[in-house]
Design a protein around this ligand. Structure first.
Ligand code: PGA
Length: 305
């Protein structure tokens, strides 16, 4: 099935979804994941010297996971932050043969109202920045469809597709200045699933740089929920730049609060955060994070592995 024919078939596929089949956050799968936590359930913080290094380190982490599990289910993000990571992944694919043929991917979000081929759609972004350069099977690519006739039914269908493939193995995230992951704006429930979300003023202003006129910037988006993200087996969050320093300090070292939805990740059992030094510049415990990273072998020795 081509990308285009997939988009056409979505219209009738979502109609078949049973509305009753909503999934709750703490289902059996979540409990199973927790047991897999390994050496202490951790949020591992890696501070890199610049954007390029952040991109290389994060691409390496993703590549390792693909090599470990060829039919991995990736959750993917859009925005300026992951552009370099995707470039590096394309490089690893071309130069080292990283194989995406069995990989499945689910994108986090899409602007409501934008057609998949609109130049500002996240569908367009993903094909331009990653998919058209690698050997992923278009049938395995899932991106919310912004111009779908019945978005509510579509959201239920999208959750069902994630469930059908056994859940997301590795969820890649950026972060908004208001602390959002996906488009889960401040106040989003930690149990939320894929749904329509009204965008926060700051997010609309930040997104305006991609549009000709302020009036063109979408006010709503389809986004997977915090509950959906928290069920991923592993999480990789990347952030760069001084304008992300405040929010990174808040979500890593501040209280867990729905006002900074990324802070929910403190409750996840396996999170890698890769920052450039600007985004990490307001963290208070940098020395500790660096020590833990460099001394993992000592922790393993202590527990006899
Ligand atoms: P950005 O967006 O990568 O363009 O900064 C991140 C986000 O809003 O999640």
């Amino acid at each position: 099935m081509t990308q285009d024919s997939r988009l056409k078939t979505l219209d009738y596929l979502y109609c078949a979804v049973d509305k009753q089949k909503r999934i709750t956050i703490f289902n059996n799968r979540k409990l199973k994941i927790r047991k897999k936590g390994g050496v202490g359930n951790i949020m591992e913080i890696t501070i890199t010297s610049n954007y390029d290094e952040m991109s290389k380190v994060s691409a390496q982490l993703i590549a390792q996971e693909i090599q470990r599990k060829h039919d991995i289910v990736l959750g993917l993000a859009t925005g300026d932050t992951p552009v370099g990571t995707y470039k590096e992944l394309v490089k690893i694919h071309k130069e080292e043969g990283l194989d995406f043929s069995k990989v499945k991917s689910f994108n986090l979000d899409e602007y409501l109202g934008l057609a998949p081929l609109h130049k500002n759609s996240y569908n367009y972004f993903m094909w331009e920045n990653l998919f058209k350069h690698i050997n992923i099977n278009p049938e395995n690519v899932y991106i919310p469809q912004g111009n779908i006739k019945d978005p509510e039914q579509f959201c239920i269908w999208y959750e069902e597709q994630i469930k059908k493939v056994g859940g997301i193995d590795l969820q890649v995230l950026g972060i908004g200045r208001d602390g959002h992951i996906g488009f889960n704006e401040p106040g989003s429930s930690f149990a939320s699933r894929t749904r329509i979300k009204a965008l926060y003023k700051q997010t609309i202003e930040d997104n305006a740089r991609f549009f000709d006129k302020m009036e063109d910037v979408p006010r709503f988006a389809i986004t997977i929920g915090i509950g959906t993200i928290m069920e991923a087996e592993k999480i990789l969050l990347i952030a760069n730049g001084k304008n992300k320093a405040d929010v990174c300090a808040k979500f890593i070292e501040g209280p867990v609060t729905s006002q900074i939805t990324a802070s929910a990740l403190q409750l996840h059992s396996y999170v890698n955060v890769v920052l450039d030094k600007d985004a990490a510049s307001k963290l208070k415990r940098t020395e500790y994070y660096n020590w833990v990273r460099d001394n993992k072998h000592l922790i393993q020795k202590e527990i006899g592995r």
